[in-house]
Design a binder for this molecule. Structure first.
Ligand SMILES: Cc1cc2nc3c(=O)[nH]c(=O)nc-3n(C[C@H](O)[C@H](O)[C@H](O)COP(=O)(O)OP(=O)(O)OC[C@H]3O[C@@H](n4cnc5c(N)ncnc54)[C@H](O)[C@@H]3O)c2cc1C
Length: 343
């Protein structure tokens, strides 16, 4: 049966959930549709299960351990006062913590006990429908009709008065009608990025928990289980390795097994000591981070036909187009919609 909703937000990342949460707390009826199994988008986390028993003991006992990694952004910074006071509030509520990994001039933050805890907390009051990839939208007399992958040959999943696209620009562009007025303002390139998660027996002996080697392939190594609020698994190091956008672009279509082998090889060269990798996971972010600065003064887009757009890439002057940019974009859109009663 077709649902009729006031506002539909597409994308349960930082930007989409920020605007959704503000609207819901001001009494707006909101449904958030998300293609993944949970919240977070590029702030999502990944669980890996490994068996820690020696092979001889496998038949008699099982010692499966579940380990948690941040799959996208490892940690983020703040420069804007509004985001700063929001982080302080979240810190008090217990799902954000400072992580002093950079230098003394820059404080970094992480979600506790994982980065997706932030978006999970934001989503608490929101009606979210997961595993729902929006495939098509069109405007009718009743409002914006929205079809998911599963409802393509059926009536629309939902009809909404107002639609908010909170996805990376390429994914939002494919949904908008051709010649839509907002399209020219959404032409941003995003870099792709391979991320490799590694469970290491013992220690790599790296000098810092966040390390950016001067290397053509490895951009950064981030030690997951020393972040605040994370379980310190005795005898194991959990590393997130991000590969450079340039190297990723050259090997965008490579098999994941090949990426894993190449990454382990490069890591062995860098750390110059033997390391046993017990398990790994490879993920390709096709739209990891914007490569262009914001083109307009406004951190969101809105058109009078009831479509709004928010996301990290739209950005705010002198603020990173990362987590902070996504939050400020969602927040600014919510302020605009509530003030102008556009919902
Ligand atoms: C490897 C990596 C490292 C990073 N490092 C940093 C860093 O150091 N500092 C920093 O500040 N930022 C960093 N970032 C960027 C940061 O994570 C993002 O800027 C921020 O999380 C973007 O939030 P967003 O809500 O704009 O978009 P997203 O998080 O991308 O959210 C969009 C959501 O829309 C969903 N979606 C897309 N299409 C559809 C569809 N058709 N139907 C339904 N759902 C859909 C997606 O699944 C996703 O959940 C990094 C990102 C990556 C990948």
């Amino acid at each position: 049966m077709v649902q009729y909703r006031e506002t539909v937000v597409i994308g349960a990342g930082m930007a989409g959930l920020t605007v959704a949460q503000q609207l819901v707390s001001n009494g707006v009826d909101v449904l958030c549709l998300e293609k993944s199994r949970g919240t977070g988008g590029r702030l999502s986390s990944k669980r890996l299960s490994i068996n820690l028993m020696p092979e001889d003991d496998l038949a008699t006992q099982s010692a499966t351990k579940t380990l948690t990694f941040d799959l996208g952004c490892s940690h983020f910074q703040v420069s804007n006062p509004q985001f700063h006071s929001q982080l302080k509030e979240w810190e008090q509520q217990g799902f954000v913590h400072q992580w002093p990994v950079m230098d003394e001039t820059q404080t970094s933050y992480v979600g506790v006990p994982r980065n997706s805890s932030i978006t999970r907390a934001l989503s608490a009051s929101i009606d979210c429908q997961f595993n729902t990839r929006v495939e098509a939208i069109d405007k009718s007399a009743e409002g914006w009709r929205v079809w998911s992958e599963a409802s393509m040959d059926k009536p629309p999943l939902v009809v909404a008065k107002h639609l908010i696209l909170a996805t990376p620009p390429q994914q939002a562009q494919t949904l908008l009608p051709k010649e839509h007025a907002l399209l020219p303002f959404m032409q941003y390139e995003m870099s792709a990025q391979w991320v490799v998660l590694l469970v290491i027996e013992g220690s790599l002996g790296l000098p810092k928990a966040f390390w950016e080697p001067d290397h053509g392939m490895i951009q950064a190594m981030s030690l997951q289980n020393v972040k605040p609020g994370r379980e310190r698994d005795a005898g194991l190091e959990l590393w997130q390795m991000t590969l450079t956008p340039e190297w990723t672009q050259e090997h965008l279509q490579a098999q994941k097994t090949w990426i894993a082998d190449a990454s382990l090889h490069a890591m062995a060269e860098i750390v110059e000591r033997p390391a046993r990798c017990l398990s790994h996971h490879v993920h390709r972010w096709l739209y990891a981070q914007p490569t262009q600065r914001p083109k307009s003064q406004s951190p969101f887009l809105h058109s009078t036909d009831g479509i709004s757009v928010c996301g990290d890439y739209l950005g705010v002057e002198n603020v990173s187009q990362g987590v902070e940019g996504a939050y400020l974009s969602g927040q600014a859109l919510a302020d605009f919609l509530l003030q102008s009663s556009q919902t």
